[in-house]
Write a protein that binds this ligand. Structure first.
Ligand SMILES: NC(=O)c1ccc[n+]([C@@H]2O[C@H](COP(=O)([O-])OP(=O)(O)OC[C@H]3O[C@@H](n4cnc5c(N)ncnc54)[C@H](OP(=O)(O)O)[C@@H]3O)[C@@H](O)[C@H]2O)c1
Length: 363
């Protein structure tokens, strides 16, 4: 593990721990792994004990937590940051505050909280977290929106804001447009007047997916094959060629998408779902001077650790979009924590088009 990454995860609390809190009913449980490997093989649903509340700690009841590709890679041991073992899996989610330590002034029982950073271990029913590891979100937003706010919408927001200065009417092209990030890109772009060209893989129920993405605000939804076709020219009769391309895939999809970027435009790579390298034609550099960049939300948060203003301004904007109905959660399937194996399998199947969520609460 990278040393810096290890430092970043040092705040994460991992059981086994001390005495169980007296304030709750059923024993707290969580999905724990003691070694890296196939998640369905190494994850175990175990009873966890919740530590006593420290001065600046928050006792949280987890409500929902999604399965993201990075969670899987972290358990496999292939991600750029790894939690110290044993670890509770899961990086994202939303919880309700049950109790706060005597030194906590900003949060109260009943508030909703999400992880401030990766590595918190969210696939569990309850936990005690340091106050600094949490961010408050409004408790009147839909539960699954809150549970999926800290990673994908933040990534979409930053990529739309930080690489090109886009104005209403400009366009963006992206692949894996039906991913969690892709759906957030569509909605945030729509709310700011930016047009989107959305590339997805062909599938038997393509018309249904196209309809769903258009209902979110997508201007154009096309398949990867279409990127090579002369009909692409039709799209650029009504909207400008994109100044920004967002790459979640790699391989052929990326090379073809890059062909449509404006000269001096920027392609930002943030995912590698095809597990293929990015291949760029020499002509794209020489004749169009395209810029290739990368983005990682974890690094952005680290780089802005002392810039609370940027973080809170982003979170406020995203929460306002949610409250105005302009940003919703990706399509989701909620499964009880004990059905985690089925959820893990579903999360890695092609064409699922539904984010699997662990339903953490147990009343
Ligand atoms: N850099 C960052 O800060 C950051 C932040 C968030 C997410 N990410 C990354 O972004 C990616 C998407 O995350 P997510 O949570 O949005 O994922 P998600 O909701 O689970 O969606 C996965 C997406 O990947 C597509 N996909 C899977 N295998 C593919 C392949 N072989 N070729 C083309 N497309 C493929 C799926 O399309 P189908 O429907 O066609 O299967 C789907 O659109 C992941 O790689 C994740 O690690 C990066």
């Amino acid at each position: 593990m990278q040393r810096a990454a290890a430092r970043a995860l040092r705040g994460a609390r991992v059981p086994p721990v001390r005495a169980r809190s007296a304030s709750t009913g059923p024993p707290p449980r969580g999905l724990l792994y003691e070694r890296h490997g196939d998640p369905a093989g190494v994850l175990q649903l175990k009873e966890l004990e919740v530590p006593r509340l420290g001065h600046s700690d928050i006792h949280v009841k987890m409500l929902a937590a999604p399965i993201n590709p990075a969670d899987i890679n972290m358990i496999q041991g292939t991600y750029a940051i790894l939690a110290p073992l044993p670890a509770v899996a899961g990086n994202e989610g939303v919880g309700r505050v049950l109790e706060v330590g005597p030194g906590v002034t900003a949060l109260r029982p009943g508030d909703w909280v999400i992880p401030a950073d990766a590595g918190l271990g969210t696939w569990r029913t309850q936990a005690v977290f340091p106050e600094a590891s949490l961010l408050q979100v409004p408790s009147d937003i839909p539960l699954l929106c809150a549970a999926t706010l800290s990673v994908n919408p933040c990534t979409a927001y930053r990529m739309l804001a930080d690489f090109e200065s886009l104005a209403p009417g400009d366009s963006v092209i992206q692949n894996a447009a039906n991913s969690g990030v892709g759906q957030a890109v569509i909605q945030i772009a729509k709310a700011t007047g930016i047009r989107t060209i959305n590339v997805v893989r062909d599938r038997p129920d393509l018309p249904k997916l196209v309809e769903r993405l258009k209902a979110l605000g997508a201007d154009h939804v096309i398949t990867e094959d279409m990127l090579r076709k002369p009909e692409m020219k039709e799209i650029f009769k009504s909207i400008p060629q994109p100044r920004l391309a967002l790459n979640c895939v790699g391989g052929k999809s990326t090379t073809e998408m890059l062909r449509h970027l404006q000269p001096k435009g920027t392609m930002v790579t943030y995912g590698g779902m095809a597990k293929q390298p990015v291949t760029v034609p020499v002509s794209a550099f020489i004749f169009r001077d395209v810029r290739l960049r990368g983005f990682w939300m974890t690094q952005w948060k680290k780089d802005h650790a002392h810039d609370k203003e940027s973080l809170s301004s982003m979170m406020d904007t995203l929460c306002q979009l949610v409250q105005r109905g302009q940003l919703g959660a990706p399509a989701c399937t909620t499964v009880p924590l004990e059905d985690f194996k089925e959820a893990l399998v579903a999360s890695t199947q092609p064409f699922t088009s539904s984010k699997q969520h662990m339903q953490c609460w147990q009343d």
